[in-house]
Design a protein around this ligand. Structure first.
Ligand code: HEC
Length: 143
């Protein structure tokens, strides 16, 4: 009897990681954007120009810390600064997870950060730049 309990606990524990691999989803600690904000849809179209501007911001060819440092070259959350960050940076290449994060939610977190985590406050970005970044980030889960 004891043995059976042990085995079933073992099976449950070993099932957990493979489930996480399958969905590639991760724990999110970000606060939810206010309701009126969540409803915002990206007003920009994924034109070549907008994507290029988003790319530049992501890889930070400007002065400040680039998203790439944490979210990674392929948007997979494996950037140079990622090891040791709890919670980990969002994996933008995980479609099931990304489909659940609304444009308005992303905008809010990029603008306000996620307090107590590695996710910075990018309040200095113009609204247009944030929308361009969101267009670019969404490409990672579409490939
Ligand atoms: C120093 C590391 C770091 C940098 C740089 C960084 N992020 Fe993040 N980001 C994180 C972490 C950690 C999380 C997870 C936060 C959480 O779950 O509370 C995150 C989460 C996110 C999310 C998910 C929001 C949600 O509600 O789940 C978005 C979108 C995002 N980051 C966009 C960006 C963008 C755009 C940039 C660059 C302008 C950027 N991040 C730069 C660490 C970083």
């Amino acid at each position: 009897m004891k043995k059976a309990v042990f085995i079933s606990i073992f099976l449950l524990a070993s099932a957990a990681p493979s489930f996480a691999d399958e969905t590639c989803s991760q724990v999110r600690n970000t606060p939810q954007a206010p309701k009126n904000f969540l409803a915002h849809k990206n007003p920009l179209k994924p034109t070549k120009k907008n994507l290029e501007e988003g790319r530049k911001l992501y890889y930070q060819e400007r002065k400040e810390l680039g998203c790439v440092q944490c979210h990674g070259e392929k948007g997979d959350g494996q950037g140079k600064m990622a090891p040791g960050l709890v919670p980990p940076p969002q994996n933008f290449s995980c479609a099931p997870a990304m489909n659940k994060i609304k444009d308005g939610q992303m905008f809010w977190i990029i603008q306000n950060g996620s307090a107590g985590t590695g996710m910075y406050t990018y309040a200095y970005l113009k609204d247009k730049e944030i929308w361009q970044l969101i267009l670019y980030i969404r490409q990672f889960s579409k490939k």
